[in-house]
Design a protein around this ligand. Structure first.
Ligand SMILES: Nc1ncnc2c1ncn2[C@@H]1O[C@H](COP(=O)(O)OP(=O)(O)OP(=O)(O)O)[C@@H](O)[C@H]1O
Length: 495
């Protein structure tokens, strides 16, 4: 009979590289007739199917599939679709085969043979499984390592993390540290944006590499390009004779921290964007770009999206930097951390100046009720000043600067609060303070001489929106501050 193989390769799905498959020798050849009866199996059949050639010849592949000698049967799929198939097959002795199966037609288009070439991939599959297991183990170790490193940060007392807000932030930091994505850290001045950037670097696989911080606002515009990208020898008058690598190259293998990124001039933003996209820098005066492997973390205390709207920051660069945004909350939103910070900085400056100063609980309490417009940096500066200037061993309330002792933040007389709203805010604060102490609206009602429903209603209503805005605007967070602020307010009015 005149058999001819269909020109089957052209009809295969594109992702199946059968040529490569056939070039690599197969382990078993299996031939059936157009009815699915086994005509011939090569000698590996005993090992791969659990049956010898003589046991299989004459048996129909439907029966063999039903008995799970092999499953699924490639021959049956070929008979069904009248075209070649490739599939993975499990066999009775637990082997896994990759099967390429093709029909053979006679002149009338009838399938007269189905030929299977099978490759034993059991070992490969086993290896893949082991690899997957190994990957899972590595991933577990990686996560564990990140956790240990994070603990280390705390143990080495590198940073204070003591509020639910900062704990949540650190969880995000641990996650982003594992991947090389660009991060944009936002937050008021002095909240610890650089500290967070350093933590990301420390927790990442780049921790062995450099951490290069650039204050984009502090470098004169004319020097930005040479500072960041470097220059070749003789690139411009006054340039170093040997040429110089820029900070970008200095950060190779590590992390580049672009602080105050909003201060970059627009023309320079285009150049930076190109470098970030291509990961290559071109030194001034050079024509050969150099590859740089850096992870970029940017920070700003400005609203970049607002600057984009105003056309002062390039939108494309904004998107490039704002892949993962992290917002560091101001110190007034994590006041529970203030005693930890006091302790942290006291230790730091005791060590720096080789002295042993302590601080009274009462002084810590006063420090904790101040609103810290300058955030952590302001608190740090004050502790340093106290350590250096206080004569006694124990720093007490009397040693604190007057502004902090009074707990006041200057209130501008341009306030829009009416007298009624001021009275409302005082009333609310009194009820709220009493409720904090007695934790019972009936007790509060009795002490303040009002009815319980009044207490409950006023507590539920809270201060008016105008009062809340007033509080925010003047950074008032507690009763002492409020009271002092209001006194100041009246004082200013009287003058
Ligand atoms: N969580 C923290 N633990 C310990 N020190 C901190 C922490 N946060 C901030 N600091 C300290 O406060 C000071 C200000 O922090 P940092 O420079 O990171 O703030 P920043 O937000 O980057 O400020 P800027 O907006 O001015 O660039 C630094 O001396 C830093 O060491």
């Amino acid at each position: 009979m005149d058999f001819k193989f269909q020109n089957s390769l052209k009809k295969l799905p594109e992702d199946v590289d059968v040529t490569t498959f056939l070039e690599h020798n197969y382990d078993v050849l299996y031939v059936s007739n157009g009815n699915g009866d086994t005509l011939m199996v090569s000698s590996a059949s005993k090992e791969l199917f659990g049956y010898s050639e003589s046991e299989l010849v004459g048996v129909n592949v439907r029966e063999l599939e039903r008995k799970r000698v092999f499953f699924p049967s490639a021959t049956l799929r070929v008979l069904e679709h009248r075209s070649p198939v490739t599939l993975f097959q499990e066999t009775k002795p637990g082997k896994r085969l990759f099967v390429f199966s093709s029909p053979v037609f006679d002149e009338t288009g009838k399938i007269v043979r189905v030929v299977n070439f099978s490759k034993d991939i059991t070992e490969v599959t086993e290896l893949e499984k082991q690899l997957e297991k190994a990957r899972t183990v590595v991933e577990k170790y990686r996560q564990e390592l990140a956790r240990v490193r994070c603990e280390q940060l705390l143990k080495e007392r590198m940073m204070v993390i003591g509020s639910s807000k900062m704990e949540g932030l650190m969880k995000l930091v641990q996650k982003v540290a594992q991947v090389d994505t660009t991060v944009l850290i936002t937050g008021e001045s002095g909240v610890g944006k650089e500290v967070v950037a350093k933590a990301i670097h420390k927790l990442s696989k780049r921790s062995g590499g450099p951490f290069v911080a650039i204050n984009c606002g502090a470098i004169p515009q004319t020097l930005l390009e040479s500072e960041l990208f470097g220059y070749e020898k003789g690139a411009f008058t006054g340039a170093n004779k040997e040429g110089k690598a820029g900070l970008m190259e200095a950060a190779h293998g590590g992390t580049l921290f672009l602080d105050e990124v909003a201060d970059l001039p627009l023309e320079f933003q285009v150049k930076l964007l190109r470098v970030l996209q291509e990961r290559k820098v071109l030194r001034i005066g050079s024509t050969a770009p150099r590859r740089v492997d850096v992870r970029v973390i940017a920070a700003t205390n400005k609203d970049l999206s607002e600057l984009v709207t105003r056309g002062q920051f390039r939108q494309d660069l904004y998107y490039r930097l704002n892949v993962v945004p992290i917002e560091v909350p101001p110190l007034r939103e994590r006041i529970e951390e203030i005693p930890l910070f006091v302790d942290f900085f006291l230790n730091k400056f005791n060590q720096k100046y080789g002295i042993v100063k302590r601080i009274s609980e009462a002084a810590v309490e006063v420090l904790s009720s101040y609103t810290w417009p300058g955030n952590v940096r302001e608190l740090e500066n004050i502790i340093e000043r106290l350590v250096v200037t206080t004569d006694k061993d124990i720093i007490d309330i009397g040693d604190l600067p007057e502004t902090i002792r009074k707990g006041t933040v200057k209130v501008s007389t341009g306030s829009t609060l009416s007298l009624k709203e001021l009275i409302n805010s005082i009333e609310y604060e009194i009820i709220y303070e009493a409720y904090k102490r007695y934790k019972n609206t009936y007790a509060v009602a009795e002490i303040l001489g009002v009815s319980q429903p009044t207490v409950a209603r006023k507590l539920k209503a809270g201060p008016s929106i105008a009062v809340k805005k007033f509080f925010l605007k003047n950074s008032i967070i507690n009763f002492d501050n409020l009271f002092n602020s209001i006194l100041n307010f009246f004082h200013d009015i009287k003058r």
